[in-house]
Write a protein that binds this ligand. Structure first.
Ligand code: C2E
Ligand code: MG
Ligand code: MG
Length: 342
């Protein structure tokens, strides 16, 4: 019955969660399991397998290594997912993706140092759809590779245009998020980056690729390789959501990383929660000690901005300064932010 299946699933998950060594690399595996139980002998094997698949999708969607038991309502969710996939393919063809930009400020002066590009799906009927609503389907289907490339080219082109319109001693940087799926195919990604830089004329030093801590550490040895190739190109690397995954500091030392992004969850508790405050301090001093920039994300209050400044955190972004903006809104903001805010 269900409890037997769950016990087995638990056992498999726990056994596979231990790190193991593959060709002298340390590797971690997350397990997702979908469980469907045969209820009547009229049930066809294909139905049972489909149900297990639906439950598997549910388990994966929860984002944790876990199992899920099939329940008939899940079919509805699976159907929605299928629609979403078809919709996404159409959206790429129809050019419905837009890039929004959130400024990253030099906290000591208030100067706009650069921008983070954040993708939006401008759905003709449903309005703008945030990435969280479609990124996991885009990842699973591989469509993220095309979407990621659209964002990359658009963002590089925009950065180049802004740099030409507002020449500065320290040119504005453009930060682009990279997904796990893109990182799995470094050849494709490197080629896309090289092409985007050539096409737009943006200098490699103005582009920063943002990779989450868990992606980076998932297969650290692979990451050392891939990041090395970006370093050779002259492109910067920032580690997103730093502090939320687990970090192998020995690896961190070997990665050619330029910036650590202090996760919003810690910035939230800054000045209120002693643990969060200690973590932010630790990440900022770790970054400094390793010759990296510290970037705080999700700054929403004056208090947070001031504390971060006092701690010596170099860059910050968040609703306190500005929400992500359309290209036009961002263009209007640039001259103003060059003048004040500090
Ligand atoms: P992220 O890279 O950590 O981006 C920060 C998210 O926090 C963004 O959400 C941003 O709008 C939001 N944010 C910024 N400041 C504040 C604040 O002060 N308060 C609060 N509550 N939120 C703030 P968004 O745009 O919905 O993106 C969510 C995630 O989706 C991103 O997290 C990133 O991991 C992913 N993403 C976004 N665009 C892309 C993309 O083009 N490619 C890939 N692969 N992933 C993307
Ligand atoms: Mg990011
Ligand atoms: Mg983040």
């Amino acid at each position: 019955d269900a409890s037997d299946a769950v016990r087995v699933a638990d056992h498999i998950t726990r056994t596979l969660s231990a790190p193991f060594t593959l060709e002298s690399r340390e590797v971690f595996v997350n397990t997702s399991i979908g469980i469907a139980l045969g209820t009547s002998d009229r049930e066809r094997p294909t139905d049972l397998l489909r149900n297990a698949d639906v439950a598997l999708y549910q388990a994966k969607a929860s984002g944790k290594a876990t199992y899920a038991l099939f329940d008939p309502y899940m079919n509805i969710a699976a159907l929605e997912r299928l629609n979403l996939e078809a919709d996404l393919r159409g959206a790429i063809e129809r050019g419905e993706f837009a890039v929004h930009y959130q400024p990253q400020l030099e906290l000591s002066t208030g100067r706009i140092a650069g921008w983070e590009a954040l993708v939006r799906w401008m759905h003709p009927e449903r309005g703008p759809i945030p990435p969280i609503a479609f990124l996991s389907v885009a990842e699973d289907t591989g469509l993220i590779v095309q979407i990621g490339n659209l964002v990359l080219e658009e963002a590089c082109q925009q950065a180049k245009a802004w740099q030409e319109r507002h020449p500065a001693n320290t040119p504005l940087t453009m930060t682009v998020n990279v997904s796990a799926r893109q990182l799995q195919r470094p050849d494709v990604l490197v080629e896309q980056v090289v092409r985007a830089l050539e096409k737009t004329g943006l200098s490699p030093g103005s582009l920063v690729l943002e990779i989450t801590e868990s992606m980076l550490m998932g297969d650290a040895e692979h990451s050392v390789d891939v990041l090395g190739r970006f370093k050779d190109l002259g492109v910067g690397i920032a580690v997103d959501d730093f502090g939320t995954g687990y970090s192998n500091l020995a690896y961190l030392k070997r990665f050619p990383v330029n910036a650590l992004k202090v996760d919003k969850s810690f910035v939230d508790g800054l000045g209120k929660n002693p643990e969060d405050t200690a973590i932010v301090e630790a990440v900022v001093s770790l970054a400094r000690a390793m010759g990296m920039q510290a970037v705080a994300e999700g700054i929403e209050t004056t208090g947070q901005a001031e504390l971060l400044r006092a701690l010596g955190c170099e860059l910050g972004q968040g609703y306190y300064f500005s929400e992500p903006l359309s290209a036009d809104e961002a263009s209007a903001l640039i001259p103003r932010f060059f003048i004040h805010r500090g």
